[in-house]
Write a protein that binds this ligand. Structure first.
Ligand code: GDD
Ligand code: MG
Length: 364
């Protein structure tokens, strides 16, 4: 599957920070927005991504390179219009023009188009599946919001077919009887190229979608979950808070906790209080670490519990292991699934332990 990301907007509502970087490189919870999108596309089985670039194209290309998250990255640049020797401005193709421009790169199979300024955990594979089952030219991901006037709004047929009967971009309040908005993600059939003029500005929302509605060829795909357009500064801040909230929900961290570089704490794990995790430590799902020091490179597998212990470098704890008070585990030791070391147990370096120990002991 291929995807095109519209990544050429000027980010005017995020000035002055967008004067020095494209909005797609704005960090959201310390990760550039484009990486959130690319990672999700890669998980949905996309193999090739076309970045439709324009403003600050070079910065984006320098960051994304030729491949990312295992996907090939291609670039398609809106034409540059030179006005004299010193003044230059970009010729913007809008949201439709760049799709037509990339026709050859996108090929003759159904593909995805995404507004690049959206943070979402939408399931792209499911959107594509729904699109194929409806047989329209375009299927738009739809999200329900309180105030739809800032977005493109879709009205659906009342027969449950998910056919869009009206599409209005940025309607006046009360103009449209729906709060389902265009989430800026589309699954498109290659027939779409017949609806977009060559080499000129074209708005998908104002020109193409209304024509598809008239031909009964536009469908919607409703989804819940995380969705936000980071294009306004309030929303950029909100996007960061949404990610922080979801990280907080997933893993419970209780201060004080100190973590090294590249630490991964999986969903449902509890870390703290009084825990130091060294670099490259992995804490598995639903594991718990309290009042302990964990040296670099340790893997604590799912559902294990470490309390009041010192765990040496590169130790591997299997699933549902319990390491209790005053235990000290030597570097490189392997503690097998289900083993309990109740308290005051020392384990020599590189020792493999496959049986539980319930009294003070040194395992050589
Ligand atoms: N390459 C290129 N060239 N990309 C462009 C251009 C252009 O000329 N103009 C805009 N884009 C990119 C933007 O960078 C952004 O990723 C996407 O196209 C949409 O443009 P915005 O300017 O962010 O539009 P919007 O947020 O006002 O409205 C759009 O998104 C809403 C969802 O957030 C519309 O698609 C609405 O219908 C939709 O509801
Ligand atoms: Mg936007």
């Amino acid at each position: 599957m291929k995807a095109l990301i519209l990544a050429g907007g000027f980010g005017t509502r995020l000035r002055p920070l967008s004067c020095t970087r494209p909005k797609f490189l704005f960090p959201v919870a310390n990760k550039p927005l484009i990486d959130w999108t690319l990672e999700n596309l890669s998980k949905s089985g996309v193999e090739e991504v076309v970045l439709a670039v324009n403003y600050k194209a070079e910065e984006l290309a320098a960051y994304c390179g030729e491949s990312r998250f295992g996907m090939k990255i291609l670039y398609s640049k809106d034409e540059e219009l030179s006005l004299g020797q010193t003044r230059r401005r970009y010729k913007a193709l809008g949201t439709g023009g760049p799709v037509k421009l990339a026709e050859k790169l996108l090929g003759d199979d159904d593909f995805l188009v995404l507004n690049g300024d959206i943070l979402t955990n939408l399931n792209y594979a499911e959107l594509m599946h729904e699109h194929k089952s409806k047989g329209g030219v375009a299927t738009i991901a739809l999200y329900s919001v309180e105030d739809p006037s800032r977005y493109g709004v879709a009205e659906l047929a009342s027969d449950g077919s998910m056919r869009i009967t009206r599409f209005v971009e940025k309607p006046a309040k009360g103009q449209v009887a729906s709060n389902l908005v265009n989430a800026g993600v589309y699954a498109l059939s290659p027939k779409i190229f017949d609806y977009i003029p060559e080499a000129k500005h074209c708005s998908m929302e104002r020109e193409v979608f209304p024509r598809l509605v008239a031909e009964n060829m536009l469908f919607g795909y409703g989804f819940n979950g995380l969705w936000i357009d980071i294009g306004k500064k309030e929303d950029y801040l909100k996007a960061n808070m949404m990610v922080l909230d979801s990280l907080q929900r997933q893993k419970r961290l209780e201060s004080p906790v100190l973590m090294g570089e590249n630490v991964v704490v999986e969903e449902g794990a509890e870390v703290g209080p009084y825990v130091v995790l060294g670099d490259n430590v992995h804490v598995g799902k639903n594991a718990s670490v309290k009042r302990s020091v964990v040296f670099p490179g340790v893997a604590i597998s799912d559902s294990s519990v470490v309390e009041g212990a010192v765990i040496g470098e590169d130790v591997s704890l299997g699933k549902a292991v319990r390491i209790g008070k005053n235990c000290i585990i030597g570097d490189g030791a392997i503690i097998k699934d289900g083993v309990t070391l109740a308290r005051d147990v020392s384990v020599c370096p590189f020792k493999e332990v496959s049986e539980s120990v319930f009294k003070a002991k040194c395992l050589m």
